[in-house]
Design a protein around this ligand. Structure first.
Ligand code: NAP
Length: 310
């Protein structure tokens, strides 16, 4: 079997993905035919990333699936020309990176590390931080990434309150869903982590009213998507001292403009969308497995539900 795979995720990525993808396709029993240009009607699969260049999928009449290198698909899922199945990326390295980012930033705030880093110690305030077991953390989103982070945090002893769209039951995690569930989770969380996809239902989810429900001094960590948060409401909550800090990895506009108030705010930490990256070594296997499935006529992995938007 020699399906034609159009790599439309940028020339720089092609340089690092070509060899791992060809290896993974061979391991999947396929003859690699990976191209960066092709007549649309000759293409069997398209590998995409945001800004990949294809905006009209209609000419790709033979294409069996569009395979995203990114977990978040908000920039492609609503494309009205896309009628082919869309699969998103679920990758072990993406999960590992997100677990490291989230646990690192949760521990920073939990332990109050900022008091001691790059600052001469003033006096001898020997206040000992509480144990993790006394610090409830909200995980908004219990999907591939949220669940992996929630499990890592429970492993460290944090009580985790999870929130998802549909009801979930997960050992050691207090699972909630729906509007009332969100209120309860936010009201109890001293640290809230947002790992939700951006959809019409989640846009501006963390608005002034939602932030007002959080306890005084609570911390927000957002490696999900920038538009989950109402920026002005967040700045107001931080300025009023209601929220203690926000650690933000994703923004409505990326790169974050130089003059954006988040950049200079003393209670905001900005990281440049580096929480978790798809790694070619592991992601290539996910792409190859979906091509194998497409050729064998079996259901794709990580299929995006267009109606849900994720
Ligand atoms: P996922 O597996 O699709 O999980 C999404 C979770 O969000 C699910 O638990 C889902 O609920 C929940 N959800 C969706 N809509 C909801 C709603 N309206 N109300 C309540 N819960 C809702 O996604 P993932 O792989 O974990 O990735 C999550 C997001 O992380 C991505 O969409 C992307 O935006 C972001 N991300 C960021 C980076 C970075 O470097 N910063 C890297 C990768 C991904 P159900 O369980 O009920 O379906």
């Amino acid at each position: 079997m020699t399906p034609t795979i159009l790599f439309s995720a940028g020339a720089e990525r092609f340089d690092i993905y070509a060899a791992p993808l060809e290896d993974a396709l061979r391991r999947a029993g396929l003859t690699p035919h990976l191209v960066t240009e092709a007549a649309p009607e000759a293409v069997d699969y398209i590998v995409v990333a945001p800004g990949s260049g294809i905006s009209d999928f209609r000419p790709y009449t033979r294409c069996k699936a569009v395979l995203s290198l990114w977990a978040g698909v908000e920039r492609i899922v609503g494309n009205p020309t896309l009628s082919q199945p869309l699969c998103r990326m679920v990758d072990t390295a993406l999960e590992a990176g997100m677990v490291e980012y989230v646990t690192g930033h949760v521990l920073r705030h939990h332990l109050g590390m900022d008091r001691f880093i790059n600052r001469p110690l003033a006096g001898w305030d020997a206040t000992v931080p509480p144990l993790a077991s006394e610090r409830p953390v909200a995980m908004l989103g219990l999907g591939a990434l949220g669940l992996a982070c929630a499990r890592a945090l429970t492993g460290l002893g944090f009580p985790v309150l999870g929130w998802s769209r549909s009801p979930r039951a997960v050992d050691d995690i207090a699972c909630h869903h729906g509007v009332e569930g969100l209120s309860e989770v936010l009201a109890r969380a001293q640290i809230a982590v947002t790992l939700l996809p951006l959809t019409p239902q989640t846009e501006n989810l963390l608005d002034a009213a939602a932030m007002a429900r959080m306890p005084q001094g609570a911390v927000l960590i957002n490696p999900g998507r920038g538009a989950l948060i109402d920026d002005d409401a967040l700045l107001a909550a931080l300025d009023a001292g209601h929220l203690g800090h926000a650690t933000l990895d994703v923004f409505r506009t990326e790169p974050l403009p130089d003059d954006h108030p988040f950049r200079s705010h003393p209670r905001v930490t900005v990281t440049p969308h580096i929480a978790a990256a798809t790694r070619p070594e592991t992601a290539a296997g996910v792409i190859a497995e979906n091509v194998r499935r497409g050729e064998a006529g079996v259901p794709f992995l990580h299929l995006v539900d267009r109606a849900r938007g994720y």
